[in-house]
Ligand binder design. Structure first.
Ligand code: GDP
Ligand code: MG
Length: 299
């Protein structure tokens, strides 16, 4: 579709646990999609789903790493979340209207101050509130951050969800329809596996490799012996970074592969053969990186 009026873009969904992020995404998409979100080892991965309408396609990105870090891996997640917030077109913060503003919200807002991406606030669960109760809550949030818009909603009761989507659309640029309209999630395993590998690379190379790496899953197939074969490419921007990721005698890449394989096996429950490659791809824009990681193949 090359219609100039068609808009598309990424929306990062942020908010404390239990405010209703998954419920909102599911209501928007119209069915259960976040299949793996209850497994603890996958909660740190970005899971995307796609909302396609006549005039727009919105790609929602889960951003669990936005929470206060409790451990080292948590810090890494926060860094990843930060780079996500910069790369997306809109941040959608979800808050629970029935709970009072707390340190969880404070912490998220602090991080939102560090990026210039427009932020829309959805105050959720208004089905539990009286009309009069909603305004003071809106004011409370208004005082703390310069939201582009504040939309009171009920994800569960489908109240004001259209208004929310319209508000999101006003902040999207004209763009292509990345995915066919019947696609709701772009092969979640693929995303999760890519994210697991990416995380290992970032973790094991520490500060030496910038966050601008992408992992592309080129192939996933079940072998005759029921093992899963996964071929993935780690894209870096410079030749020197390639050397770092591979390591002396391939040692680091082996370690990346070993740790990622353990995670993937834990997730999928089958034996996995992970075939990892490292390639240099210069001057990638952030968006291309992100699309790559999410499994979208451009020209
Ligand atoms: P997440 O942790 O942010 O993904 O939150 P969930 O989507 O898992 O929701 C947490 C709880 O809040 C669940 O029990 C939901 O049923 C409930 N919930 C979500 N949205 C609403 C809403 O609009 N109204 C009410 N009353 N409950 C909601
Ligand atoms: Mg959730």
């Amino acid at each position: 579709m090359s219609d100039k009026n068609f808009k598309s873009g990424f929306v990062a969904v942020v908010g404390r646990p239990n405010v209703g992020k998954s419920t909102l995404i599911n209501s928007l998409i119209g069915q259960k999609v976040l299949i793996m979100s209850d497994k603890p080892q996958t909660t740190r991965n970005k899971i995307m789903c796609v909302l396609t309408q006549e005039d727009a396609q919105i790609l929602f990105v889960d951003t669990p790493g936005i929470h206060k870090p409790k451990h080292k891996l948590g810090e890494l997640m926060v860094q990843t979340a930060q780079s996500t917030l910069k790369e997306v077109d809109v941040v959608l913060m979800v808050a629970d209207g029935t709970a009072s503003f707390g340190s969880g919200e404070e912490y998220i807002i602090e991080q939102l101050r560090a990026v210039r991406t427009p932020v829309i606030l959805a105050i959720n669960k208004i089905d539990m509130l009286s009309k009069e109760a909603i305004f003071p809550i809106i004011r409370q949030y208004q005082e703390r951050f310069d939201f582009q818009a504040i939309v009171p909603i009920s994800a569960l009761e489908h109240i004001q969800l259209e208004a929310l989507v319209e508000e999101i659309k006003t902040h999207l640029e004209p763009g292509p329809q990345y995915y066919p309209e019947d696609m709701i999630t772009d092969q979640p395993e693929r995303l999760v596996i890519a994210e697991m590998i990416r995380e290992k690379v970032l973790h094991l190379t520490r500060e030496e490799i910038p966050h601008a790496i992408a992992v592309e899953i080129e192939e996933i197939k079940t072998r005759p012996n029921e093992d899963l074969y996964v071929r993935a490419v780690i894209y870096v921007e410079r030749e020197s970074q390639k050397g770092i990721v591979i390591g002396a005698k391939g040692g680091l890449l082996k370690e990346i592969g070993r740790l990622a394989r353990e995670d993937v096996q834990g997730l999928l429950g089958s034996k996995v053969y992970l075939d990892l490659w490292v390639k240099v791809k210069k001057d990638w824009r952030n968006r291309d990186m992100m699309l790559r990681t999410l499994g979208y193949k451009g020209e």
